[in-house]
Design a protein around this ligand. Structure first.
Ligand code: GTP
Ligand code: MG
Length: 711
């Protein structure tokens, strides 16, 4: 395998809506670069990219796959990303390490949900983008409609570089405005014939050429000046304008292909090789200090781990983008995240399931290595003494969660290990064990994402599992003050037990003065691990209770706070004043005071206007303007309080506070309300009292559940 220098490498992500044909296009690109001698197909389940069991069964991509091709002695690294919106974590991790995205659009269906979602990501990441209209061979393909759709949604920077020409129903060729040629595809494949633009196409070609010249002028200041003066550019100037405009995102060139018939793919590769920015001139990455770092061959070695995977026969694989210097087999490196020193055992370039060993790779290249310990997505590897650390990619917050349990409790431990393993290679999949709820909660990008995980547990790891609605972490508190006394007394046979506690409890709020009708002699403030506070005041006068029993009383109260009197949820934000009590010279001990403290607290709590609190989340929904009404109505049905609205292009962003209890399966509902065109994020905001009807329902449910327990 040849070693490519930085300037001969191009890194491109294939992104777009589901089933646009990205995987097949990647296959055709690898074929054109002679990486494979025969193209696989989706239906024959033998593509380079969709080789995982789940991808073969479902016939769609689930994981981003690295491929490569070659054109004119340049290596084109291609990352084929899945298009299903629930797998958005994959392109999210890839876009930062490529210098361009090829957004593949299906000419039979135009802009789809996935197209819009990925386009917004491309804009946010400021990745240069080429638009590739695919499936032009299809009987339902419509280039003009698709183009109009693209311009309407993504603006005037969308500019035709090629348009298709048909011979009857056959996709026969493309007029290429950069080459000023007609590329005619022979029946049955093979290199395109390069012909002059036919007379019948002259008018259309010239009209589109004028538009191309105009947009390409915005690629550089001198071109813009010349264009203003003369209203024209030379063909060389136009080409320079396209190249620079692609880089600065002032032009989104439109290219035409049929991946299936391998038409236009060789020219697309050539266009990419000529126009996509080499890594050393791209945006690079940002380091942990927020400074941008450009790919640089002359600096000591460093690389960013943008993906990890567990692969059959290879074990733990790390995907590296080499950011500086050279990486060679046998080289010693440091993982700057952990400080671990390791040796690179093997380096490989990959085209999906096919892998080739390489001795070394240069800055800008993308390679894999195996068997490194504790290397995670986001780690920086570097040569000793080079302490650079690249900032980790920010992945979208999870929006769908469920509790999961192994059907067979013997699988519990294995399930935990496997879920963590899946998280390691998919940062958008989150696993948490909630001690409070006594549930394993898994979170992801939607119900489909979570069902994919279930599929893997069933089929790959052979663990049968079930999903449950996650419990809601309610809290309990009080709304007014109340007093209670409790005497714990036991005299049966030998040593007795005696303790009596008088207490006043009050609602705690931030900044309140610490004084009550009983003078406070000693105070302790506890920040509760589940949020909120307990202030414990000793107001005992005249030694009614020995100071040595105070910790036991506090312990009893804490026990009750951990299992609140109303529904067994954690209690919070309470001031407890112990103002009197009684001791027995012989029978008083810590146990007796703990029980007295606990029971006095329970009694007082019940009389202090107890309330259940529920977690409230801030939910931001990004919704196409025409679906606002439906989404609003649905939110209102979820007890949402709308905090504000703003707009972003043709989208509205609704910001609302919504109780977590109302958000179960929201991802699924939102998707069906908007045909998948809306997205949302949610973040914990605060605890608030539940309305009276909800409180009554919760109390009733708790009673019912306990009745069953007692039966
Ligand atoms: N007619 C025609 N069909 C195509 C073309 N490209 C892809 N297809 C078909 O479209 C379907 C989807 O192709 P894929 O390559 O799996 O699409 P994808 O974009 O990778 O899909 P995801 O990975 O699910 O996002 C398959 O049935 C392909 O055979 C094309 O150029 N013409
Ligand atoms: Mg695919």
């Amino acid at each position: 395998m040849k070693i490519y220098s930085t300037t001969d490498i191009r890194n491109i992500a294939l992104v777009g809506g589901a089933k646009a044909g990205k995987t097949l296009l990647g296959e055709a690109m690898a074929f054109e670069g002679k990486v494979i001698s025969r193209m696989g197909t989706i239906e024959d389940k033998n593509t380079l990219s969709d080789y995982r069991e789940i991808e073969i069964e479902r016939q769609n991509s689930v994981v981003a796959t690295l491929l490569y091709s070659e054109i004119n002695n340049r290596k084109i690294n291609i990352v084929d990303c899945p298009g299903i919106p629930d797998y958005v974590g994959e392109p999210t991790g890839i876009l930062p390490v490529v210098e361009a995205a090829a957004m593949v659009v299906n000419a039979t269906s135009g802009i789809e949900v996935g197209t819009e979602i990925i386009w917004r990501k491309i804009q946010k990441q400021q990745t240069p983008a080429i638009i590739v209209i695919n499936q032009l061979d299809h009987e339902k393909a419509n280039f003009d409609d698709t183009l109009r759709d693209l311009k309407e949604s993504f603006g005037a920077k969308v500019t035709v570089v090629q348009y298709p020409v048909y011979n009857g129903a056959e996709f026969e060729g493309v007029v290429d405005l950069i080459l000023q040629k007609y590329l005619k595809f022979p029946k049955g494949g093979g290199a395109a014939e390069v012909l002059d633009i036919p007379a019948s196409e002259k008018d259309k070609a010239s009209e589109l050429y004028t538009a191309l010249v105009e947009t390409s002028a915005s690629g550089a200041d001198d071109l813009m000046e010349k264009y203003f003066e003369t209203n024209d550019l030379t063909i060389e100037e136009m080409r320079r304008g396209v190249k620079l405009g692609l880089r600065s995102q002032s032009i989104y060139p439109v290219m035409c292909v049929s991946a299936k018939q391998n038409k236009g793919v060789a020219r697309l590769l050539e266009f990419m090789g000529n126009n996509v920015t080499p890594p050393n001139e791209g945006a690079g990455l940002v380091n942990e200090k927020g400074e941008s770092v450009i790919v640089d061959q002359s600096k000591p070695f460093s690389a960013f781990v943008f993906k990890t995977a567990k692969e059959q026969h290879l074990g733990d694989v790390a995907f590296l983008k080499i950011m500086s210097g050279t990486l060679s087999e046998g080289q010693d490196i440091v993982n700057n995240k952990t400080g671990n020193r390791e040796r690179i055992s093997q380096l490989m370039v990959v085209a999906g399931k096919s892998r080739v060993k390489v001795e070394k790779a240069e800055a800008g290249d993308i390679v894999i290595t195996m068997k490194l310990k504790d290397v995670k997505v986001g780690s920086t590897l570097a040569s000793g003494g080079n302490d650079i650390r690249y900032a980790e990619t920010v992945y979208p917050e999870p929006i769908f969660s469920t509790a999961i349990k192994a059907n067979n409790s013997a699988d519990d431990e294995k399930l935990g290990t496997v879920l963590n393993e899946i998280h390691a290679s998919d940062p958008t999949f989150i696993v948490e064990y909630s001690r409070e709820l006594k549930q394993i909660i898994i979170k992801g990008q939607g119900e489909f994402h979570i069902n994919t995980i279930k599929w893997m547990l069933d089929k790959v790891y052979k663990i049968q599992t079930q999903f449950f609605a996650p419990k809601i972490p309610y809290r309990e508190t009080i709304t007014r003050s109340a007093e209670a006394t409790y005497r714990h007394k036991k005299q049966s046979g030998g040593a007795g037990q005696f303790g009596e506690v008088w207490m006043l409890i009050e609602p705690y709020y931030e900044g309140m003065p610490n004084q009550t009708k009983y003078p406070v002699r000693g105070t302790e403030t506890h920040n509760l691990s589940w949020g909120g506070k307990l202030v414990f005041n000793n107001c005992i006068v005249g030694g009614a209770i020995d100071a040595r029993f105070m910790p036991a009383i506090l312990k009893g109260i804490m026990e009750k706070m951990e299992e609140g009197p109303l529904t067994g949820s954690y209690a919070r934000d309470i001031v407890v004043n112990i103002f009197d009590g009684k001791m027995h010279p012989v029978d008083s001990n810590e146990m007796a005071f703990k029980l007295a403290g606990r029971n006095a607290f329970r009694e007082a709590f019940k009389n202090a206007g107890p309330k259940i609190l529920e977690p409230i989340y801030t939910v931001d929904v990004t919704v196409p303007a025409d679906r606002m009404g439906d989404v609003m109505t649905d939110l209102q049905g979820r007890r949402a309080v709308v905090m504000g609205m703003s707009s972003e292009g043709s989208y509205q962003i609704i910001s609302a506070k919504v109780p977590l209890a109302e958000m179960n399966r929201y991802a699924t509902t939102l998707s069906s309300l908007t045909s998948g065109r809306a997205t949302y994020g949610m973040k914990f905001s605060e605890y608030q009292q539940v309305p009276a009807d909800v409180q009554n329902a919760l109390l009733k449910a708790y009673e019912e559940a306990h009745k069953e327990d007692n039966e």
